[in-house]
Design a binder for this molecule. Structure first.
Ligand SMILES: *Cc1c(COP(=O)(O)O)cnc(C)c1O
Length: 359
């Protein structure tokens, strides 16, 4: 069986390094916000060519805390509208809602799956104050147009980069990351981070993640407990140096798929520029998606669906259920994620191609 993502195989080469780190953290006697978190924050800020990195509990909190920091600093207020793609993982939308802001959904481009920049301006109202960009599946959204629109309407941009570690980003916006185990840079548990060049914002987030406090027992904000774990930061410090080469391997898998998969029933993703994609996922479309998924499974290939139900059709967002986003809905009905990881062998890649071509 070719698994969709063999996380054990991804982490296996680090086993000894992880054990050394575990012992080191254990022996230090300091398990929350210690040297490893500080080191990772420095390493990841450098990696992202940004000034500040704040380690937080997970990717959802990274979004919530970023927006709340903009509110605390007076750049946003509760009830402001934030543009967000209708076609995203629900966490993007929950991050806006949990900060007391109002998501305004915009349809994606059917070929890239990312937000369709041409449709943003018609959704802008006097209450619109920001855009949460999502680089879905690891592909850079249309930033040139989005940055132009944001500039024209004085909107702030936050980027949900939970699927886009190592991407060549454009512009200097606040960016949020998740280190959930299956992401391109994954921990052995939950983790997240915010990257920003805004010193004041970074200070507010450092406090918000830790009870709103900088000085122990003195609380400046109604804060949270959402800190990147010391031991997870230690593991991430082991893995970060290989993120670049891991993403290169993902690109090779994608290049193989894109050049060799030839089947009229299968729509391949449109990749405008390989340098602007880190292939967190390789997502094809097929009208009889469920049948194709069963066929692949019967032939020893595990696939997943990202995602089966769009956010506006979720029970949690019941009052949105009658909204209509036909492109988003079509994508959710037709997408299928092929096996994709930096540890796939050539034989595995070739088998996926061959089985798909014979469907
Ligand atoms: C994974 C993911 C998140 C949330 O990350 P967690 O660490 O699981 O909270 C947010 N946005 C997108 C697009 C994601 O894929």
């Amino acid at each position: 069986m070719i698994s969709f993502l063999d996380i054990h195989k991804i982490n296996k080469p680090y086993e000894e390094a992880f054990q050394n780190k575990l012992k080191q953290v254990m022996d230090s006697g300091w398990y929350i916000l210690g040297e490893e978190v500080k080191l990772f924050e420095k390493n990841f800020a450098d990696y992202c060519k940004a000034k500040y990195c704040i380690g937080v509990g997970n990717g959802l909190d990274a979004i919530i805390l970023s927006f709340l920091a903009y509110i605390e600093n007076g750049h946003l207020k509760r009830g402001d509208e934030i543009i967000v793609p209708a076609n995203t993982y629900i966490a993007s939308i929950l991050g806006i809602l949990q900060a007391g802001l109002v998501p305004v959904l915009v349809e994606p481009d059917i070929e890239t799956y990312n937000i369709d920049a041409k449709l943003i301006e018609e959704k802008i109202s006097p209450k619109t104050k920001g855009i949460l960009v999502v680089h879905l599946y690891g592909q850079l959204a249309n930033m040139d147009d989005i940055i132009g629109i944001a500039y024209k309407h004085d909107l702030l941009i936050v980027e949900d980069c939970a699927q886009a570690h190592g991407l060549n980003f454009k512009g200097s916006h606040t960016r949020t990351f998740s280190f959930y185990p299956g992401k391109n840079l994954g921990a052995l548990g939950d983790g997240g981070a915010v990257i920003t060049n805004d010193e004041k914002l970074s200070k507010t987030i450092y406090k918000l993640r830790n009870y709103g406090s900088e000085k122990k027992y003195y609380n400046e904000y109604i804060g949270f407990n959402s800190r990147l774990d010391e031991i997870q930061a230690a593991f991430l410090n082991c893995k970060l140096p290989n993120l670049y080469s891991d993403n290169e391997k993902r690109r090779l898998v994608a290049k193989g798929y894109l050049s060799e998969i030839k089947n009229d029933k299968v729509v391949l993703p449109k990749v405008e520029n390989f340098d602007d994609h880190v292939f967190h996922l390789f997502v094809i479309r097929c009208e009889d998606r469920d049948k194709l998924q069963t066929y692949l499974l019967d032939n020893g290939i595990q696939t997943l669906i990202h995602y089966p139900v769009p956010p506006h059709k979720q029970k949690a967002l019941e009052s949105w259920n009658n909204w209509s986003f036909p492109i988003t809905e079509k994508i959710h009905k037709e997408v299928l994620s092929l096996p994709m990881s930096p540890v796939m062998t050539n034989d595995e890649i070739n088998k996926v191609i061959q089985i798909l071509n014979s469907y």
